[in-house]
Design a protein around this ligand. Structure first.
Ligand SMILES: [Ca+2]
Ligand SMILES: [Ca+2]
Ligand SMILES: [Ca+2]
Length: 205
């Protein structure tokens, strides 16, 4: 390279000219349940390789175990996990090294949403869901260790089904259970949330 008498700007141009363009191999397709609308990653079978899970339009979850070099096996599809799965998240809630799932089920026949958690069996299947209690109707969630105790927690955005939104942190017990933290007032819910909120059903005497 002939950098000897050239200016700094000239050297920079030459370096950029020698840079390779990024490219990707052709995409591979893997059949899953109908109308997959969310995808998350975790190591569901504890083999050190990342796997995939999709939330499907028929209220199931498909899990594809990874081979560690960019490929995935045949999808395993769960049973019906409740109405309109959304906000799917994956983490190891019980510290057994096997990925677990959490999600929100959309409005049921009575107009309520609920939070669901299913612990992984380590083979791409999951135990029957449990339903951690939330103060209000859950809508979206995120996972993380928010109090630094080594146990994964849940952060949940919620609505009171009328005009207001809330944020709540549910602390994990490291066994797959979640305690309830104090709900935090969050002013009005995001527009998307507000648009979809429906009045709480009236109970008649
Ligand atoms: Ca794996
Ligand atoms: Ca686990
Ligand atoms: Ca924690």
């Amino acid at each position: 390279m002939r950098f000897g008498t050239r200016t700094t700007s000239t050297r920079l141009v030459e370096a950029l000219e020698s840079r390779r363009l990024l490219s990707f191999s052709p995409a591979a397709s893997y059949p899953v349940g109908p109308n997959p609308h969310e995808v998350v990653t975790a190591d569901f079978n504890h083999d050190g390789r990342l796997d995939l899970a999709t939330a499907n339009g028929n209220d199931t979850v498909s899990v594809l175990l990874g081979d560690g070099v960019g490929g995935f096996g045949v999808a395993r599809q769960s049973a019906d996990l409740g109405q309109k799965i959304h906000s799917l998240a994956a983490a190891d809630f019980n510290n057994d090294g096997k990925g677990d799932l959490a999600w929100v089920n959309d409005y049921d026949d009575f107009g309520f949403t609920n939070l669901s958690v299913a612990l992984g069996n380590g083979d791409g299947t999951f135990r029957a869901p449990t339903f951690p209690r939330t103060e209000w109707g859950p809508w979206t969630l995120a996972t993380g260790d928010f109090n630094g105790d080594g146990k994964i927690d849940l952060a949940v955005s919620e609505s009171d089904y009328s005009s207001f939104g809330y944020f709540e942190a549910l602390l994990g017990d490291g066994k797959g259970g979640f305690g309830q933290a104090e709900g935090r007032y969050n002013s009005y819910p995001p527009r998307r949330r507000a648009d979809r909120c429906r009045p709480r059903p009236q109970r008649h005497a």
